[in-house]
Design a protein around this ligand. Structure first.
Ligand code: A2P
Length: 272
């Protein structure tokens, strides 16, 4: 740990509770003024299912603020990756966005969540619908070999306001396709459809609009959404979740849960 970082963090050092891990940041990458990715060490005893979320905080107060963060790593990763928004004045992200390699990040020991393959009944094609940082859990799902054992085709969509917000997802898909081991497993099963709704020519449309007007199926060269063959996971803002789920329900999809798998599952993008 470098001296500056140590000085910065020990100023506010408090005892770590028994239900919390204190991990070390190994990488930080800023994508835009409002988005960044960080990786940290993974405790040997920490187990999670790809797509789950954990509660993240900083050791900067006696009672640290914790927020739910989707784990962007697949379950096999030796480290833990997170993709975060930077909220001006946000109680956690205002500080979290300043972390550097060597800093400490806190994580509660129990992960949970519904964006897991186990909550879906078997199907042929898996849709991963996201907006903004909602792509985070899918960063794990698309890097998990189990996804490709269970599905013949995996379609990741991310819609954002601006083009630069799509870069994390684009980089991920490119990394999967160029990775020696993963590319063998994934083959040509994975596709990414990114669209910015407030920038670029031609202008992208909301995922809900693309489902309704048939552009999604046309661009991908696939049939319209069908619960007989398709499964879906949704992660985005509350409004996007609600509207996308309503379209799936109208097409006779049924929401799944850990206790009762279905044809689609939902998780909101947590940090706001
Ligand atoms: P739009 O630009 O048309 O509002 P936000 O940053 O507000 O969460 O938006 C991220 C992306 O999600 C944007 O592309 C936005 O489109 C889109 N979006 C916002 N609300 C909805 C919704 N109810 N259904 C589908 N997409 C949405």
């Amino acid at each position: 740990m470098n001296v500056t970082v140590e000085a910065r963090q020990t100023e506010n050092a408090f005892p770590i509770p028994a239900n919390v891990f204190a991990e070390t940041v190994t990488e930080v990458r800023h994508y835009t003024d409002s988005l960044f990715m960080f990786r940290m060490t993974r405790p040997a005893s920490f187990r999670f299912r790809t797509g789950e979320f954990a509660m993240i905080g900083l050791p900067n107060a006696e009672k640290p603020v914790f927020r739910a963060y989707s784990i962007a790593s697949p379950a096999w990763d030796e480290e833990l990756e997170f993709f975060s928004i930077k909220v001006p004045g946000g109680p956690l992200t205002e500080h979290l966005q300043k972390i550097q390699v060597g800093d400490t990040v806190l994580m509660r020991k129990k992960p949970t969540g519904t964006l897991v393959l186990d909550a879906l009944v078997p199907g042929r094609r898996l849709y991963l619908f996201s907006t903004g940082t909602g792509v985070a859990p899918f960063a794990g799902i698309i890097r998990d070999p189990e996804t490709y054992e269970k599905f013949e085709e995996v379609i990741l969509t991310q819609t954002t306001r601006t083009l630069d917000e799509l870069r994390y997802g684009q980089d991920l898909v490119a990394a999967v396709k160029s990775d020696e081991i993963l590319s063998e497993i994934v083959g040509d099963k994975l596709r990414f459809l990114g669209a910015a709704t407030r920038e670029g020519e031609p202008r992208g449309e909301r995922i809900t609009t693309m489902i309704e007007n048939g552009r999604l199926a046309a661009e991908l060269g696939v049939p319209a959404l069908d619960p007989a063959t398709d499964r879906a996971m949704i992660c985005g803002s509350m409004a996007m979740l609600k509207d996308t789920a309503a379209l799936l329900e109208a097409a006779a999809f049924e929401e799944g849960a850990n206790s009762k798998p279905g044809t689609y599952v939902v998780e909101r993008a947590f940090v706001d």
